[in-house]
Design a protein around this ligand. Sequence first.
Ligand code: S3P
Ligand code: PEP
Length: 465
Amino acid sequence: MTDQRTSPAETALWPAPTAPGRVEATVTVPGSKSVTNRALVLAALSSEPGWLRRPLRSRDTLLMAEALRTLGVGIEETVSSSSSAYSAYSATAADSERPGGEAWRVIPTALRGPATVDVGNAGTVMRFLPPLAALAQGPIRFDGDPRSYERPLHGVIDALRTLGARVEDEGRGALPMTVHGNGSLAGGPVEIDASSSSQFVSALLLSGPGFNQGVEVRHTGRTLPSMPHIRMTVDMLRAAGAKVDAPQDGGAPNVWRVTPGALLGRDLTVEPDLSNAQPFLAAALVTGGRVTVPDWPEHTTQPGDALREIFSAMGGSCVLDERGLTFTGGGRIHGIDIDLGEVGELTPGIAAVAALAEGESVLRGVGHLRLHETDRLAALVKEINGLGGDVTETEDGLRIRPRPLHGGVFHTYDDHRLATAGAVLGLAVEGVEVENVATTYKTLPDFPRMWGELLGLPSGTGERA
Ligand SMILES: O=C(O)C1=C[C@@H](OP(=O)(O)O)[C@@H](O)[C@H](O)C1
Ligand SMILES: C=C(OP(=O)(O)O)C(=O)O
């Protein structure tokens, strides 16, 4: 539904800056997409208003906020350091970096249609909102970017029907589709195959407290990706007052149970997005430099936390202390053989570093990435090989044999993580031009400026396409 005419920004080429030397920087990373969008859904379902501090303000989260507003939820954007005083204001990207920072006050209401939700290409919006829409009164139509039509949604659609909802999808099992809510949903037990996306499980659990009988989700597929993201869902539900039984506490494997009940309005400060910290940590690894990311949480369910271990195994070391996470590159990059099934969204960034390593890497357990923003496995093969690399696709991942690389255009297929992967390669390879770097707006709007700052480039240089 988004205007699909190609804009100059989409076709523009961004000369990825090469690193002038070892990077030494402190990089403040904006809030987590996954936490922000879960918090918005839970706040919309709560019985009282809540606060979201330092939310991520990017395409995916603004689409979520806009969709909830369309359903009647109040979301006021404020700059505030206390929950008692706030004033409506119009925020800009830079505001989220202020100390105290931006806060969103979410005021729940009885959800209602008719409404149309633009999901863009946000997995969290297209999966998390249909179960919520089933609790609304009236028809809610879901539409999005052309790629959103190809991303799996059948798990959510079939489950909603089993749980008592009427969904009109003309047999597609995908977008566009309409959920006809009548103000409540029976809920109860449901079996799904979530091997193509963990977000099916998260989606049903998040709205589960609002279903009359709650929900019991049983995953029947062979594999289940992105478990940390499901644990994030469970932890955030519990923090909002929901009762959840989950495999992570020794419950039956692949079964989650959410009891019906009211949710509390929370005052939640969003952690930095650790997956978006990846290119900056990669810069330390690739250049043998040092990068500190402040506010790195001591305990977190974010998959990006695994970078401490993964990038250390690839040749760096890290310290987590009161300054945040400091990662230091050791001057050499090792290949790695690793199953990334739990942390799939880190794959493009790891592939970029692996292409610059001294030895071969095998990245496994990520076949489901073929159905992400783009077919990430095919795209990484094509683009790294286009620079002279030797990457082959396996059944469930990539085999990467480092080769001397040369410059060229790095196409990004509207995928933010392809764009940041191209930037990482550009640190070490002259003449890499990243197509449509603006696509990083999906989760990290300020990326070109942050990258320029990381490399100590004069203000504005890194941003130019
Ligand atoms: O629940 C979430 O916030 C996410 C779950 C994962 O999805 P998949 O399980 O579809 O890979 C991840 O890749 C995505 O970026 C965010
Ligand atoms: C897969 C991703 O996003 P989405 O939430 O759209 O699935 C991602 O951010 O890497």
